[in-house]
Design a protein around this ligand. Structure first.
Ligand code: AMP
Length: 282
């Protein structure tokens, strides 16, 4: 496994791969790797000849400076995990490589970002759009792998690729969960024991809401009940719990079993912000 830090480092390997007709798969990450990330890596190994995993904590996608500063950094153990998965390359750029200068452009994803994460994290998707574009331009992958855990992010990136005619196939990998159902996240390691216990309210409320909707209960009643459930957990604070179209990201006010739908949730456990989602009608 080679660790590369700059465009120049990678260029030589890129040329070699292209000359021997090898397909390149990219898994973009911010490090602090867990089994969810490794599922993406395994899928990339199945689907590409050469796998590149990038590790870069992207400052422009953090709307909260404290969250950025406290973002876990476990590079040594990340590299061990990737080496065990027989990854070919790990791209670990420094900030100057990605941002020699502050970008001037601003990517506006229109309606797609006027709900959910877009509302609660202003500027977040602009940062995601810019860094993903840069990674695609630097690495030039044939395929790129993203997790369904960040459902709205997958929508944003699909739009980016479509609108800018990028030649990258996007592959979305299902959410990997802990045994008790909590969606794996790099931020989970920052939860206290009590916060970790109460964090199950995210997946439990998604499952409960799905069951109730499918049993015929009205969405507004389900949503109100979930808000009350959150109020009973002293360490949890709900940001949103919304029923949406999983590709258009429009909010539904009523459930219709003939329409595609997912529920998305975001909540704080103490100071840690977690998100999750569950398909209702895929
Ligand atoms: P991050 O390092 O949090 O930016 O995540 C890097 C990639 O891993 C993104 O495409 C995420 O959607 C994906 N990912 C994060 N957590 C999970 C999970 N629990 N299951 C599947 N994919 C995940």
């Amino acid at each position: 496994m080679q660790v590369v830090h700059t465009r120049a480092d990678w260029h030589e390997y890129w040329l070699r791969s292209i000359k021997s007709n090898k397909s390149i798969g990219l898994v973009p990450t911010m490090g602090a790797l867990h089994e969810g990330h490794l599922d993406l890596v395994r899928k990339a190994k199945e689907e590409s000849d050469v796998v590149v995993v990038s590790i870069f904590v992207n400052p422009t996608q953090f709307n909260n400076q404290e969250d950025f500063e406290n973002y876990p950094n476990t590079l040594e153990s990340d590299l061990d995990k990737l080496s065990n998965e027989n990854v070919d390359f790990v791209f670990v750029p420094d900030t100057k490589t990605i941002y020699p200068e502050k970008p001037v452009i601003n990517i506006n994803f229109g309606e797609l970002e006027r709900v959910l994460e877009g509302t609660f994290r202003p500027g977040h998707f602009n940062g995601v759009g810019i860094v993903v574009s840069k990674l695609f331009n630097l690495i030039r992958p044939h395929k790129a792998f993203f997790g369904q855990k960040d459902l709205q992010q997958t929508g944003i990136i699909k739009q980016l690729v479509k609108d800018l005619s990028m030649e990258v196939d996007l592959i979305i990998v299902p959410t990997r969960r802990e045994e008790d159902g909590l969606a794996m996240s790099s931020r989970n390691m920052r939860l206290s024991t009590q916060e970790r216990n109460q964090s199950l309210i995210l997946i439990n409320s998604l499952i409960k809401a799905k069951q109730e909707l499918l049993a015929g209960k009205q969405w507004f009643e389900v949503q109100n009940q979930i808000k009350c459930d959150f109020e009973e957990k002293p360490l949890a604070s709900l940001e949103y719990f919304e029923l949406i179209h999983p590709e258009r990201f429009t909010r539904y006010s009523k459930f219709d079993e003939n329409q595609k739908s997912s529920i998305c949730v975001a909540a704080y456990l103490g100071k840690i912000r977690l998100i999750d989602n569950l398909p209702i009608i895929p």
